[in-house]
Design a protein around this ligand. Sequence first.
Ligand SMILES: [Zn+2]
Ligand SMILES: [Zn+2]
Length: 159
Amino acid sequence: MKGVASERFKCEFPFTGEYTIVKHYERRRAVIYSVRKVITTMYYSRYLMCVAYQRVLDSNECVHHIDEDKTNDDINNLQVLSIGEHTNIHHPKLPEVNLTCPNCSKLFSIAAPSYLRRTKLGYTIYCSKNCSIEMRNTSSKGIPKRIPLMLGTRVSIKN
Ligand SMILES: [Zn+2]
Ligand SMILES: [Zn+2]
């Protein structure tokens, strides 16, 4: 974003500057002018919250559309959240399953949906690609491929 950092726009309302429609998302962006030049541009929703708070929002503050319709810039539909809170709303963290690697005994965790998918297919889950390759190599050296592994069991290679 180009602009003069020291120059701060006034959070005036109604907004006397210009805003444009962003083609793809139909979201309005406010173009903030000083006397002659553009200071900054931002989403109109963000601009409205600057007005409501009477301050310029920090870069770690996000404006969230409560009904998730990003074209609905009604002030009652807007909410200021931290980046973390905002990410959580749009990308809720998947529940995780804690496992012990059957090859190296390392503790690790994977997302529950991935765990379910892989165990359904009968896959043994390793902490890493390396461990899975190591185990595959072990299997091809005479040890039956489908070893009923107890989680956390270390398998020793017998020659
Ligand atoms: Zn949001
Ligand atoms: Zn491992």
